[in-house]
Design a protein around this ligand. Structure first.
Ligand code: ATP
Length: 219
């Protein structure tokens, strides 16, 4: 019988993908011994204004180019091909259905602080493990303040694994990563101004952006 694989799921707008995303997920992959990590670009993210988000086909292609050289990384168009808004709970349901592998949903600390606004957020933790990429210094945060209040009744802190354990048995880890101070917003602003984005995004992504004239100011 084939052994259970450990699979990371990393959703994002990736508008565009940058080295902060890639380095963070690479550190998580190594620390948690993940067999594969799937990047999942969202169609219409529920929490972002749609005007600034470029066509999904470009975002998908930029991720594809950016991860091509990493054998542990793959991409899924599940959210892009699903009509309507992209909700993580639907994506988790999709991956879990009929699959015995162990899934780890990866997200940044800035996304986690908004988790109470996610659709059906209490139920998210009944589908898989969660890994929050935390900024350096996070471990000094008092454990009691790491979770939003509405989640605390469903979790218990486990001193041995240094993780929160949900009633479902799934874990919620906070893992400090190097955290490169890069955001897609910053990359878009630089391109709009005509400034360099070298060493902030992968060269393949940069070439693609220039070839298609993306993020340049119109008019
Ligand atoms: P924007 O600036 O447009 O809001 P973003 O840079 O935050 O975008 P997203 O595609 O929205 O990028 O992020 C996808 C995931 O990656 C989120 O969980 C986010 O918290 C995380 N993330 C974003 N930037 C970094 C970074 N520099 N290091 C680690 N994780 C990051």
């Amino acid at each position: 019988m084939a052994s259970k694989k450990k699979i990371g799921l990393f959703g994002g707008t990736f508008n565009p993908i940058h080295l902060g995303h890639l380095r963070g997920v690479e550190e998580i992959r190594e620390a948690f011994h993940l067999d594969e990590t799937i990047f999942i670009p969202s169609a219409i993210p529920p929490h972002k204004s749609v005007e600034e988000i470029i066509d999904a086909k470009h975002r998908l292609e930029m991720v594809r180019l950016a991860i091509a050289s990493n054998p542990y990384f793959s991409i899924s168009d599940i959210e892009i091909s699903r009509p309507g808004k992209s909700y993580s709970i639907d994506t988790l349901r999709h991956f879990r259905e009929g699959c015995a592998d162990a899934f780890f949903f990866i997200l940044g600390g800035d996304a986690f602080v908004e988790i109470e606004t996610w659709k059906d957020f209490q139920n998210l933790f009944t589908f898989c493990h969660f890994i929050v990429m935390a900024r350096p210094g996070f471990q000094k945060t008092p454990v009691a303040t790491q979770l939003p209040g509405s989640l605390t009744p469903a979790f218990q802190y486990d001193l041995e694994t240094k993780a929160w354990v949900h009633l479902s048995g799934y874990h919620l880890y906070f893992k400090e990563i190097s955290f490169l101070d890069i955001s897609s917003t910053k990359v878009r602003e630089l391109i709009e101004r005509g400034d360099s984005v070298k060493y902030l995004i992968p060269p393949e992504t940069e070439t693609y952006i220039h070839k298609h004239g993306l993020y340049r100011k119109r008019g």
